[in-house]
Design a protein around this ligand. Structure first.
Ligand code: 5GP
Length: 123
């Protein structure tokens, strides 16, 4: 697996080197608004640890870190009033997954009906 890039934009947000609109933070997790929202609610939930992708996180993170990430998603969904009508979580991974930032993140999207899961433009 590739090495973690300390200069990725989310590492800079975690170090406070660039700003972000934070919506939740605890010992293991930071969540902030996506800079280019694709829905009325578009939050990025990231572990504070240096994990590149969901598979890296799943294999190397501690149970405490994994639980904290899922709990943060649940808290954000409740706080943003997404539970009644539902929401979508996405973890893009690698080249085919369209991952742009090589620090594991979960997109939490909601606030409107989001349509089909995948774009039908390419197959
Ligand atoms: P990916 O394509 O890697 O799954 O998603 C990366 C997300 O990070 C994109 O939705 C993009 O808009 C968001 N993003 C990229 N740079 C920044 C930034 O500097 N600040 C914030 N808040 N979001 C960013």
């Amino acid at each position: 697996m590739q090495a973690y890039d300390d200069n990725n934009v989310f590492a800079k947000i975690l170090r406070g080197e660039i700003p972000a609109n934070k919506v939740y933070e605890d010992k293991h997790v930071l969540a902030f608004e996506d800079i280019h929202p694709q829905a009325p609610v578009h939050i990025l939930v990231i572990p504070k640890g240096k994990y590149i992708s969901i598979d890296d996180f799943g294999l190397r993170a501690t149970p405490e870190e994994i639980k904290a990430l899922y709990e943060a998603v649940a808290r954000i969904a409740a706080e943003k009033n997404l539970k009644e009508n539902g929401f979508r979580t996405i973890a893009n991974t690698g080249l085919h997954g369209g991952q742009e930032v090589p620090h594991f993140h979960v997109h939490v999207l909601g606030g409107r009906a989001l349509g089909p899961m995948l774009s039908r433009k390419e197959s």
